[in-house]
Ligand binder design. Structure first.
Ligand code: FEO
Length: 185
């Protein structure tokens, strides 16, 4: 029979553990969502947008794992999420990046809610752990906004969509350059 090790020697509350596991599910969903977007871009001919979204999907998995390991290291039990409701088809390239921005804003709100909770109950360890994500969300929203700006600046007519796709492949370097100008992100 499996040996059960039960300990109450931990600072992590059950409520915080639940919030962190909910975030595991959200990061896992983000990864799957962006992977699905990448696939749609790939088969629709937007090769650079696809590469960007494949990379982004990998990043979201790393975010999920950060939460996963933190929960277990803090004495909790990280749970693999059940994933449902992944869209496979999208209206347009612009619609994809509108969805990315809306999704990132919802993730920022979710992270902020956990930060707020940790501050209120004086869980400063988890509060500090979350600071990386607070900074990361700033970067993620900047990238998504920049992507949408490309559609307005370049325009979708003629070779516009082809040019936009080229630029979408360079989004991360834009944010890295911004970071040099405004401080580390
Ligand atoms: Fe893990 Fe895009 O937030």
């Amino acid at each position: 029979m499996e040996k059960q090790i039960v300990t109450t020697n931990r600072s992590l509350t059950l409520e915080t553990e639940k919030l962190l596991n909910d975030q595991v599910a959200k990061e896992d969903f983000s990864s799957a969502y962006y992977l699905s977007m990448a696939s749609w871009c790939d088969k629709t001919g937007y090769a650079n947008a696809a590469e960007f979204l494949y990379r982004h999907a990998d990043e979201e998995r790393q975010h999920m794992l950060k939460f996963f390991h933190y929960i277990n290291e803090a004495g909790g039990h990280a749970l693999q999420a059940e994933l449902t409701g992944i869209e496979h088809n999208f209206k347009s390239l612009r619609a994809v990046f509108e969805l990315v921005l809306a999704h990132e804003i919802s993730i920022t709100q979710s992270i902020n809610d956990i930060v707020d909770h940790c501050f209120a109950i004086k869980d400063f360890t988890t509060f500090q752990f979350l600071q990386w994500f607070v900074t990361e969300q700033r970067e993620e929203e900047t990238i998504a906004r920049r992507a949408l700006e490309l559609f307005d600046i370049i325009g979708e007519g003629g070779v516009g969509l082809w040019t936009i796709d080229q630029e979408l492949g360079k989004l991360e370097s834009f944010v890295q350059n911004s970071a040099t100008a405004t401080g580390p992100i």
